[in-house]
Design a protein around this ligand. Structure first.
Ligand code: AMP
Ligand code: ZN
Length: 119
């Protein structure tokens, strides 16, 4: 059920401490950790502790946590000092858009020039 931990979900396991991660920030509702395959000098993933597959379902099921996720993305950018130079928050949704882990996660990318439109 949405919101409940999923036994086969990698990011639920990171939330539970069952899979190690380099955590950079934590709140009551979110965890932020470094991406294992960084695409920029700063590449941090911000996830809700609750399991929802994507951003839209999180916003429907737990709107305050969706707001927490975006606020924390900004806090990560500030902590990483990428906020002045500009940063990007990416929420890949669906396999066709490159989503590989179906526990919603905001990529926070910064520390280099970021082209637009993205690939
Ligand atoms: P997406 O392709 O948008 O679903 O993003 C999934 C991201 O999770 C990718 O950027 C992966 O590099 C990252 N990732 C996968 N496994 C781990 C892990 N164990 N720790 C940190 N990041 C991971
Ligand atoms: Zn999960």
């Amino acid at each position: 059920m949405a919101g409940e931990p999923q036994s086969d979900c990698l990011f639920c396991k990171i939330v539970a401490g069952e899979v190690p991660a380099t955590i950079v920030r934590e709140t009551e509702t979110t965890v932020a950790f470094r991406d294992i395959n960084p695409q920029a000098p700063t590449h941090v993933l911000v996830i809700p502790r609750v399991h929802y597959p994507d951003a839209a379902s999180l916003a429907v099921g737990a709107p305050t946590v969706a707001a927490d996720l975006l606020r924390e993305a900004g806090e990560v950018a500030a902590q990483e000092k990428t906020d002045a130079g500009g940063y990007r928050i990416v929420l890949n949704t669906g396999a066709g858009a490159g989503q590989t882990v179906f526990h919603v996660h905001a990529h926070v990318l910064g520390g280099r020039g970021l082209n637009w439109p993205p690939g």
